[in-house]
Design a protein around this ligand. Structure first.
Ligand SMILES: O=C(CO)[C@H](O)[C@H](O)COP(=O)(O)O
Length: 281
C-alpha cells in the first residue's frame, strides 16, 4: 500500500521547482502538494475500504453451494471479482461457479479473471448478487447508476435470491442526498429525454439533467443504447422513495431508475480504520 504513495511522491518531488518557476510561490506550491498527497491518501484509504468490504462479503456469501453469482459494476466490484478469482485460482475453490454480469465492464472483468461467464438466458436464477452503490440510506434504499449501468444491474439483481452491497464508508448515510450529490440516475429512451425531464420536475421538484459525456460530444450512451438523466431532488423535501420510484417508472420513456428500494439484504461498509461494518435490511 505504501509503494504507490512513495512512487507518487517520487514523481511529484521534482515538480516543485517547476511550479515555483511558473510563478507559483513556495507556500502555494506546498499547499498544492499537500492537496495532491491528500487526494492520493484518500484514494488509497478508499480502495483499502472497498477491498475490505468486498473480501468480507465474498467470503461470507460465496460458498461451495453458490452456483451462480451476479456481478455488479463500478470500482468496488473489481475487488470482489479479484477475491473470487483468488478463491478459484489460488485456493482451488468454487470450481462450479458461474458469474452473470450486469454491464459490459462486469463481463470484461469476469473474462479477464478467467471466471466462467453466464447470462440470464442460461442462468436466470442467481444465488447471490454482489454490487456497489453510490449511496445507502438507513432503510437500505440505494442510489445506483453513478457508472451508468443501473438497468442491467437492477435486472440481474431482481433475479437473485440475495442482494449484497459492498461500499466504502463515504456511501453510508441516514437520508439520501447526504453523501451523493450528483442526483438519482434514470435510464431513458433517447427521444423522450425532454418530456421525461419536465414530468419528473413537475411531479417531484428539483432538476433532472441529461448526462453529458466527457470524452465524446453529446450525451452518455448506456450499454443498452439509451440516455441518462440525473435527477437532483430537493434536499429539504421528505420523499417516500418507494412511491417516487414507482411514479417515475410509470412515465413513458423511463426504462429504469437508479433507486433500488427493498432489494438489498445486507450492506458491507469498509471503514476508514480498516474494519468492516454491516447493515441489515
Ligand atoms: O451503480 C453503479 C454503476 O452504475 C455502481 O455500482 C455504483 O456507481 C458504485 O460504484 P463504485 O463502486 O465505483 O463506487
Amino acid at each position: 500500500m505504501l509503494k504507490p504513495l512513495l512512487l507518487y511522491r517520487g514523481f511529484l518531488t521534482p515538480q516543485l521547482p517547476h511550479l515555483i518557476s511558473f510563478g507559483i510561490n513556495s507556500a502555494q506550491a506546498s499547499t498544492l502538494f499537500r492537496r495532491n498527497y491528500c487526494k492520493m491518501d484518500d484514494k488509497i484509504a478508499l480502495d483499502a475500504a472497498k477491498s475490505a468490504a468486498a473480501q468480507a462479503a465474498v467470503d461470507q456469501w460465496v460458498t461451495e453451494d453458490t452456483k451462480v453469482v451476479g456481478v455488479g459494476s463500478g470500482s468496488t466490484i473489481v475487488f470482489a471479482v479479484e477475491r473470487l478469482a483468488e478463491r478459484v485460482w489460488k485456493e482451488g475453490a468454487l470450481a462450479d461457479m458461474i458469474c452473470v454480469p450486469s454491464s459490459y465492464q462486469a463481463r470484461k472483468l469476469i473474462l479477464d479473471h478467467n471466471l466462467t461467464l453466464g447470462d440470464l438466458d442460461r442462468n436466470p436464477k442467481i444465488d447471490v448478487y454482489i454490487d456497489g452503490a453510490d449511496e445507502v440510506d438507513s432503510h437500505m434504499v440505494l442510489i445506483k447508476g453513478g457508472g451508468g449501468c443501473l438497468m442491467q444491474e437492477k435486472i440481474v439483481a431482481s433475479c437473485a435470491k440475495t442482494v449484497i452491497i459492498i461500499a466504502d464508508y463515504t456511501k453510508k448515510s441516514l437520508r439520501l442526498g447526504e453523501q451523493w450529490c450528483k442526483g438519482i440516475p434514470i435510464e431513458i429512451a433517447p427521444m423522450a429525454h425532454v418530456p421525461v425531464k419536465l414530468k419528473i420536475e413537475a411531479l417531484f421538484g428539483g432538476e433532472a439533467s441529461l448526462r453529458i459525456a466527457l470524452k465524446k460530444a453529446g450525451p452518455i450512451v448506456t450499454d443498452n443504447g439509451n440516455f441518462l438523466l440525473d435527477w437532483k431532488f430537493l434536499a429539504k423535501r421528505e420523499y417516500n422513495w418507494d412511491e417516487v420510484n414507482r411514479a417515475i417508472s410509470m412515465i413513458p420513456g423511463v426504462l429504469e431508475t437508479g433507486l433500488f428500494v427493498d432489494m438489498a439484504s445486507k450492506c458491507y461498509f469498509g471503514m476508514a480504520d480498516g474494519s468492516v461494518k454491516t447493515q441489515n435490511k
